[in-house]
Design a protein around this ligand. Structure first.
Ligand code: PLP
Length: 469
């Protein structure tokens, strides 16, 4: 299995290199040179398997000879062993043909754990084999940081430093990061904004001597391995609902387009997913694109579903590449135009192709609260604000119940207790494993918005020389 860049100027390479590189050096995103396709017979053979087994068999199609199936199975088994539900990703029926696929039973209560719990272990496996170490640096406004820390804690070949803006994350979010006391984890509270944190991380990557000495790496959502690890749960749900012998639909609350692209990839591999509903909050660039071919960025506005407060959905480039007939020159031209002008005129034929499969739906904050309330009142289901956007999308875009719909439930309601309480009067409790979060010891360093001081802290933390040959 080899991978190509969506912008065509990076040499094709194998899974390990794609895993470690994240972004291609031409600025593009990696995709398989050819998609693996399973026959209906092969899909049927995956029905009823435990989740760790199902995910190992599907992800192995993308791994080539980087790992044996046994090695990969050991990693998926470990990655999902700590999930709080025995099914890992239980499917909960909300209506005649509506099913919530709960992706939030991992350590940080959000769907990022599905991919990152495996990614941390993949990094460790590949690096140990190569006798290398890496230092992961990242900036977070709240959620991604904790999922990355939980994924990398105690991994032997990985150190991780996460920057968050001091005093600007919720207390739950901060504590999910700062109470992880593993020696390879460091948290820095930057005296500045989230944008300052992101700029500091970018500056560290641009500082080539520092980047090389620290072997800096990122775990952001453009890493191909994250997409690959998100395909199996769509397969699990679709097979449970009758695929490959019955067509299904998906509804996904969307930010960076990673989760919904994984569903598209499952279709590309032969699963009959006939319709993709994309839920957005007021940051609705994808909806405007699908409705009117208006792909233009506007300022990001805060909402009750903060993980979707995004204007540039980085994984959209992968779909664009496919819509443009895998033409890397055209893709690069479009992305450059988008970067410089803030708007992208997608060719009419490609846009029409997209609208055949994808439909967009926008829900504002009052609508989100009303949907959380409705679900609790009519179904007895407590949904978080992200999930509620996706359930509302189904009622608006597919009221006829034509296909069974898999709704990606991306966060545990207790992760957003204020919104859920406002809507329902009920304050969802944290699961027992996190119940003592507010009494745990915290560890973090407060530093000014100054690259030199941040780099010195990263240097002091990284154990870069202890394993290197
Ligand atoms: C990250 C996230 C999303 C958006 O997922 P993308 O893959 O970026 O589209 C939606 N909901 C929650 C709770 C998230 O954490």
């Amino acid at each position: 299995m080899r991978y190509v860049s969506t912008r065509g100027e990076a040499a094709p390479r194998g899974f390990e290199d794609v895993l470690l590189a994240g972004l291609a050096e031409d600025g593009g995103l990696f995709l398989p040179e050819t998609w693996p396709v399973l026959t209906p017979e092969e899909w049927r053979a995956l029905r009823g398997l435990p989740y760790a087994e199902l995910s190992a068999r599907l992800i192995h199609r993308f791994v080539g000879d980087a790992l044996t199936l046994d090695e990969l199975r050991a990693l998926t088994t470990e990655a999902y062993a700590g999930f709080r539900h025995p099914a890992v990703v239980p499917l909960v029926q909300l209506g005649t043909n509506e099913f919530a696929l709960e992706l939030f039973h991992g350590p940080t209560l959000a769907f990022k754990d599905m991919a990152l719990q495996l990614l941390g272990r993949l990094f460790d496996h590949v690096l140990k084999k190569r006798g290398q170490r890496i230092t992961i640096v990242g900036a977070t406004s709240g959620d991604t940081g904790s999922a990355a820390i939980e994924a990398c804690r105690d991994r032997e070949a990985v150190d991780i430093v996460i920057l968050h803006p001091e005093g600007r994350t919720s207390e739950v979010q901060r504590r999910q990061m700062t109470t992880v006391l593993s020696p390879n984890v460091a948290n820095i509270a930057v005296q500045g904004s989230f944008d300052d944190c992101q700029d500091l991380v970018k500056a560290m990557f641009v500082d080539a001597p520092f980047r090389d000495e620290m072997r800096l790496a990122a775990v952001n959502s453009i890493n191909w391995a994250r997409i690959a690890a998100q395909i199996p749960y769509y397969a699990y749900a679709a097979l449970s609902l009758g695929a490959p012998d019955r067509e299904v639909a998906v509804s996904v609350p969307t930010g960076n387009f990673g989760n919904v692209f994984a569903a598209w990839a499952a279709r590309r591999m032969g699963l009959p997913i006939g319709k993709f509903l994309i839920g957005s909050n007021r940051n609705d660039i994808l909806v405007r694109f699908l409705d009117a071919n208006d792909m233009s960025a506007r300022p990001v506005e805060p909402s009750l579903s903060p993980s979707m407060d995004i204007q540039v959905s980085s994984n959209f480039e992968r779909l664009l590449f496919e819509l443009l007939g895998r033409d890397p020159v055209a893709t690069a031209r479009q992305m450059k135009e988008f970067r410089s002008a803030g708007r992208m005129p997608v060719p009419d034929a490609a846009w029409r192709e997209a609208t055949k499969l994808f439909s967009g739906f926008t829900l504002d904050d009052p609508g989100t609260l009303a949907e959380i309330q409705r679900l609790n009142r009519d179904v007895g289901y407590l949904a978080d604000p992200h999930t509620a956007v996706a359930t509302a999308a189904v009622r608006t875009l597919m009221p006829d119940g034509r296909l069974p719909v898999i709704i990606a439930a991306t966060a545990h309601p207790a992760k957003f207790p204020d919104a859920v309480e406002r809507a329902t009067g009920l304050r969802p409790a944290l699961p027992p494993a996190l119940a003592d979060l507010f009494s745990r010891e915290e560890r973090f360093t407060v530093l000014p918005n100054n690259l030199g001081e941040i780099e010195a802290r990263v240097k002091a933390h990284a154990r870069r020389n202890s394993v290197d040959a």
